[in-house]
Design a protein around this ligand. Structure first.
Ligand SMILES: Nc1ncnc2c1ncn2[C@@H]1O[C@H](COP(=O)(O)OP(=O)(O)OP(=O)(O)O)[C@@H](O)[C@H]1O
Length: 149
């Protein structure tokens, strides 16, 4: 069981939650413009890439599928579906990481049935999308026919 949150992060968050007015001013300071928002969003992607093995695997498979799509010259529409399918899996992995972090923030290392349900369902969403994307990718690319035959 991995706990994504360290104690100092929890303390800072609790402090800001207890002071609503300071939270608003902090939010303004934290993301003063749209470029900062992009930077923080990108930091989330980098964090997930660094800490989540499954996200790295999904990224590698997505790159492989997209480059295969280019190599076998699939149509633009099929390429778009392929890209969206890959993106969906990665988006759900990002949300899974976010849910894990919120659960860890709430219950820490304590066992809680609600925490188990939240984490299992979030992981289940990734699993379902990954299975669907494998079938979708195989159908679109028809790699077996092109490469094997
Ligand atoms: N606080 C908790 N209370 C009860 N069960 C928990 C708790 N934390 C984790 N679990 C159980 O342990 C499993 C693994 O949790 P963990 O936080 O290690 O996720 P993970 O292995 O990083 O998941 P993923 O591979 O999806 O990133 C969860 O799916 C859940 O069933």
């Amino acid at each position: 069981m991995t706990n994504l949150i360290d104690k100092s992060t929890v303390f800072t968050h609790t402090e800001s939650v207890n002071k609503p007015s300071s939270r608003i001013s902090q939010a303004w300071k934290v993301a003063p413009n749209v470029f900062s928002s992009f930077r923080f969003a990108w930091a989330g992607v980098i964090y997930t890439f660094k800490t989540q093995r499954n996200f790295r695997i999904h990224t590698a498979i997505a790159l492989l599928a997209l480059s295969s799509g280019l190599i076998v010259h699939v149509t633009m529409v099929k390429m778009a579906i392929l890209a969206l399918t890959c993106a969906l899996v990665m988006i759900l992995e990002l949300l899974n990481t976010a849910i894990e972090a919120v659960v860890d923030l709430t219950v820490g290392t304590q066992y809680h049935q609600g925490a188990k349900i939240a984490k299992d369902c979030a992981a289940g969403a990734v699993l379902v999308s990954a299975i669907a994307s494998v079938f979708q990718g195989k159908r679109i690319l028809k790699i077996y026919e092109k490469v094997v035959w």
